[in-house]
Structures are given as structure tokens and as C-alpha cells.
Ligand binder design. Structure first.
Ligand code: ATP
Ligand code: MG
Length: 220
């Protein structure tokens, strides 16, 4: 793996990763509240986005009018938004001594487009290393959940309670989500010091407790 610069000079850089519906956004908010209750300055950012340029790129990535967008194009757009976020938001906050929580970061690109999307992983790593100036999180919490359960949670939030994987398109979707889950676990096995695997198949406050237990020593 690439040698990264970790977290900047003073602050603490934490990221939340995991498949769709694993609870990243929920846990990012709980962690933010817990840290703020201790009087810490917290910057919570979501990817892609978080800057004026990044929000435009986000719109492009989510726009259904461009189904022809290639995986290479996606990699470059996600990485471009990340480059902007690091310079405009993350580095300045770390320099002030803040805790930065990012809801997804480069691991998502390595997994979705690289390991699950089967694009060139080493190239995606190089692009991200260059785009971020090698800024690695101090700690990454990988919320691990079965693909079916994650998809059910996402659907449940939209009021759709059908089981995942019903028709052929959904089966393909489910296969991809399984590859995403495996991809994240593979990444975690390569970088055991940075990436903590957190079982996410329990109530949100219990998942939060598992994360918090691992954050406390990082605050000292
Ligand atoms: N531990 C949990 N148990 C059950 N439901 C949960 C849990 N955590 C979050 N949820 C619910 O599951 C749905 C997805 O959660 P959340 O948006 O936090 O996931 P996410 O990982 O950010 O998803 P996405 O990848 O789509 O952004 C939400 O409706 C949320 O309320
Ligand atoms: Mg989310």
C-alpha cells in the first residue's frame, strides 16, 4: 500500500465507510454530537460535495441523464471533488486542531470502482494519493453489514419493504453490493491498523458505543 501522510499536524481525521445503508450518515451524526458535547470543534463533511466545486461534481455524478458515464470518468470526478474538499475544508480544520469526520472518503472509490467495479486498483490509489496530497485518515470505521440488510434499510427509508434481489436487475444489484461488502473487508485486512471493522447489525446507539470506545484513546 501507499505510504500516507496521516491526518495533518494537530487535528484528528476520522472516516466512516461501508456499503449503502450500513449506517454511515447516522453514525457520523452521533459521533459529531458526542464530540461536540466534550467541547471539541467538529467538521462533518459528506462525499462527494462539501465545497462549491464539489457540489457541482456531486450533481453531475448523481444526474440520471448521463448513463454513458464511464467508471474511469466516475473515478476522476469523485477524486476531483475530494481534492477540493481536502484543500478547502479538511486540511484547514485539521490545522486548527478540529476533529474531521468524513462520511465516505477514498476507500469508497477503491471499493466501488476498483474492487467491486473491477477497474485498475493501483491506478485508483495513485490518483487518490495525488488528489489528496496523500492525506490518510487517522482511523476509518468500516460499518459492516450484509448486502441484503443494507439494501433493506435504504428501501425501508423510502417506504419500500420488498425483499432485496427479487428480479434480475435487483439480483445484479445485490451481487454488486455483495462485492462491495467483500471489497471493504479486503481493504480492512490490508490496512488493519487504520481500518476498524464495526459490526453494524445492531441498534444505532450500540454501534455508536463500539465506535466511541475506539475514538476515546485517539483524543488523548
Ligand atoms: N443500526 C441501525 N439499525 C437499523 N436501522 C438503521 C441503523 N442505522 C441506520 N439505520 C437506518 O437505515 C437507513 C440507512 O442509514 P444511513 O443513511 O445512516 O446509512 P448510510 O450508510 O449513510 O447509507 P448510504 O450509503 O445510502 O448513504 C436509515 O433509514 C437509518 O435510519
Ligand atoms: Mg449516507
Amino acid at each position: 500500500m501507499i505510504k500516507h501522510e496521516q491526518g495533518g499536524p494537530a487535528g484528528l481525521f476520522l472516516t466512516l465507510e461501508g456499503p449503502d445503508g450500513a449506517g454511515k450518515t447516522t453514525q457520523a451524526r452521533l459521533l459529531q454530537e458526542r464530540l461536540q458535547a466534550l467541547g471539541k470543534e467538529v467538521l462533518l463533511v459528506r462525499e462527494p460535495g462539501g465545497t462549491a466545486v464539489g457540489e457541482i461534481i456531486r450533481g453531475l455524478l448523481l444526474d440520471p441523464r448521463y448513463p454513458e458515464m464511464t467508471v474511469a470518468c466516475e473515478v476522476l470526478l469523485y477524486s476531483a471533488a475530494r481534492a477540493q474538499l481536502v484543500v478547502e475544508q479538511i486540511r484547514p480544520a485539521l490545522a486548527r486542531g478540529a476533529v474531521v469526520i468524513s462520511d465516505r472518503y477514498w476507500d469508497s472509490t477503491l471499493v466501488y470502482q476498483g474492487l467491486a467495479g473491477r477497474e485498475d486498483l493501483a491506478m485508483i490509489q495513485s490518483i487518490n494519493f495525488w488528489a489528496t496530497g496523500g492525506l490518510a485518515p487517522h482511523r476509518t470505521f468500516l460499518l459492516d453489514l450484509e448486502a441484503e440488510k443494507g439494501l433493506l434499510r435504504v428501501r425501508g427509508a423510502k417506504g419500500d419493504l420488498r425483499p432485496a434481489g427479487g428480479d434480475r436487475i435487483e439480483q445484479r444489484e445485490l451481487d454488486f453490493h455483495r462485492r462491495v461488502r467483500r471489497g471493504f473487508l479486503e481493504l480492512a485486512s490490508w490496512e488493519q491498523k487504520r481500518i476498524c471493522v464495526i459490526p453494524a447489525d445492531k441498534a444505532a446507539p450500540l454501534v455508536h458505543d463500539c465506535i466511541w470506545e475506539k475514538v476515546i484513546p485517539l483524543l488523548q
